[in-house]
Design a protein around this ligand. Structure first.
Ligand code: DGL
Length: 269
C-alpha cells in the first residue's frame, strides 16, 4: 500500500465532515477523499441490509480512488456494515470505523464506570456499543438511548435556541441515562451540541466526541503500520456527495467548521 495514497472517509451525508475535520487536524499532510451519501440520508432510520448495500457501493468508489484506509465516519453505517465491509474490502484497504476507537478509549480510561451512549435508532438498536464494550470490559455498565430528533434539529441549525435546549434536556433526563459517569456522542452530528450537553451535566459527566478519538486512533494506526504520508505539503481534500443542494452546501460549512467545496458524484443512476 502506498503511503501517499488518500484516506477515504464516508458518511450518510455531511455530518461525517465532523470526523473529516478532526482527521484533517490530526493528519494535515494526508490527502482525503470524502463521500457523503446525501441522496440516501438519513441512514439512522434505515434497515441494516439497505445500509450495507449503500456502504459496499461507496467502498467500491473509494477503492477506485486508491484509498489506503476507508474510515466509516457514520455511526449508523459502522453499526450496520463494518463486518461486511471488512470482509468485502479484505486486503485492498483497511477499514476503520467510529465505534471501535471509542470502545478502546472507554476500556482504557473508564474503569468500572457507568457509560451512556446516544445515537440514531440504527446505532442504538444494533446493540453494538454494549456488546463491544462487554467483550472487553464486562464490569462496565452501558446504557444506550436513541435520540432521533437531534439529527434533523442540528441540520436545521437549531443549536442554541429554546427548542434545542428543551429537546436536549428531555432526552438527557431520560431514566435510561440516570447516574452515568461518561456519555458517548454516538453520532456524527452531536459534536455541534457538545457544549449544550456538557452544560446540562454541569461538568459532572465526561462527554466523549468520537470524531477526535477516531482521528487519534487513525493516526496511531498509520504510524504503527508505516503508512503515514511522508510529504511535507499540506494534504489535498475532495468532498463528493451523491446529491447536491444549496442546503447541503450550507450545512457542510457548519459541520466542517470552515468552507468546503462539495462536488456532486453520480454513484447511483
Ligand atoms: N451519520 C449518522 C450517524 O452518525 C447520522 C445521520 C443519519 O442518520 O444518516 O449515525
Amino acid at each position: 500500500m502506498q503511503k501517499s495514497a488518500p484516506i477515504g472517509i464516508f458518511d450518510s451525508g455531511i455530518g461525517g465532515l465532523t470526523v473529516a475535520h478532526a482527521i484533517k487536524n490530526a493528519l494535515p499532510n494526508e490527502n482525503l477523499i470524502y463521500f457523503g451519501d446525501t441522496a440516501h440520508l438519513p441512514y439512522g432510520d434505515k434497515s441494516t441490509a439497505t445500509i450495507q448495500a449503500y456502504a459496499v457501493k461507496i467502498a467500491d468508489f473509494l477503492l477506485q480512488q486508491g484509498c489506503k484506509v476507508i474510515v466509516i465516519a457514520c455511526n449508523s453505517a459502522s453499526a450496520a456494515a463494518n463486518e461486511l465491509l471488512k470482509e468485502y474490502v479484505a486486503s485492498r484497504a483497511t477499514i476503520i470505523n467510529v465505534i471501535e476507537p471509542m470502545v478502546k478509549h472507554l476500556s482504557e480510561t473508564c474503569n468500572g464506570q457507568s457509560v451512556g451512549v446516544i445515537g440514531t435508532k440504527q446505532t442504538v438498536n444494533s446493540g453494538i456499543y454494549p456488546t463491544s464494550i462487554a467483550s472487553i470490559k464486562p464490569d462496565m455498565k452501558v446504557k444506550a438511548l436513541a435520540t432521533p430528533l437531534l439529527v434533523p434539529m442540528i441540520e436545521e441549525g437549531f443549536l442554541h435556541n429554546r427548542i434545542a435546549h428543551d429537546i436536549i434536556h428531555k432526552y438527557l433526563h431520560d431514566d435510561q441515562l440516570k447516574n452515568i459517569d461518561a456519555l458517548v456522542l454516538g453520532c456524527t452530528h452531536y459534536p455541534l451540541i457538545q457544549k449544550e450537553i456538557s452544560d446540562y451535566y454541569k461538568g459532572a459527566v465526561n462527554v466523549l466526541d468520537s470524531s477526535t478519538i477516531t482521528a487519534d486512533f487513525l493516526k496511531n494506526f498509520l504510524s504503527d503500520n508505516d503508512l503515514l504520508n511522508e510529504s511535507q505539503d499540506e494534504g489535498k481534500s475532495r468532498f463528493f456527495v451523491s446529491d447536491l443542494t444549496d442546503s447541503f452546501a450550507h450545512s457542510a460549512k457548519l459541520f466542517f467548521g470552515e468552507p468546503v467545496v462539495l462536488e456532486k458524484y453520480q454513484l447511483w443512476e
